[in-house]
Design a protein around this ligand. Structure first.
Ligand SMILES: [Zn+2]
Length: 165
């Protein structure tokens, strides 16, 4: 709440400038939705290098010692390690209420970089990560019908120019 209301970095707590950086899993680059508020670019790059979960594709999410009263993030969260992480930089995002929390809808990116193992990711790593996540998205869209499937296809096409060459 503090981060969103006062436009503070999610990592260091200092005020953000006009560019907001979101370290996101590969599938979030498809649907442009994430459950965490933005950071400074420097702080996002620090996170993808230093965070054990973001920098090590074999690492599982650490859910030990969570604070009392913590809640699961909103939206459809994929708990797998995405393998490839995207740092999505944008000037625009929208916070939306979702149940007891918030989701963030990402605006068009001003820049996108891809990371794996604390270094820049290869195209093959990004393709592998998206390929592994798509069946989950497709299964969800199938439940919602043909319009949702068509939208998913549009989302996938929209992400193509943002992938590494
Ligand atoms: Zn920061």
């Amino acid at each position: 709440m503090q981060a969103v209301k006062r436009s503070l970095c999610w990592v260091c707590g200092q005020p953000l400038g006009q560019y907001k950086a979101f370290p996101i899993g590969s599938m979030c680059a498809i649907n442009r939705t994430i459950a965490e508020p933005p950071s400074h670019l420097e702080c996002a790059e620090y996170s993808v290098r230093a965070c054990p979960f973001l920098s090590n594709p074999r690492m599982r999410r650490n859910e030990k010692n969570m604070p009392v009263g913590h809640r699961e993030p909103c939206g459809m969260m994929i708990k797998r390690n995405p393998g490839a992480i995207c740092i999505w930089v944008t000037k625009e995002f929208r916070a939306m209420r979702d149940g007891n929390g918030a989701l963030f809808r990402l605006g068009d990116p001003t820049s996108v970089t891809w990371w794996a193992e604390g270094r820049r990711a290869t195209r093959a790593e990004v393709d592998h990560s998206i390929g592994a996540g798509l069946p989950l998205f497709r299964a969800e869209a199938e439940k919602d019908g043909p319009e949702a499937l068509a939208m998913l296809d549009r989302y996938i096409a929209r992400a193509q120019p943002l992938l590494p060459p």
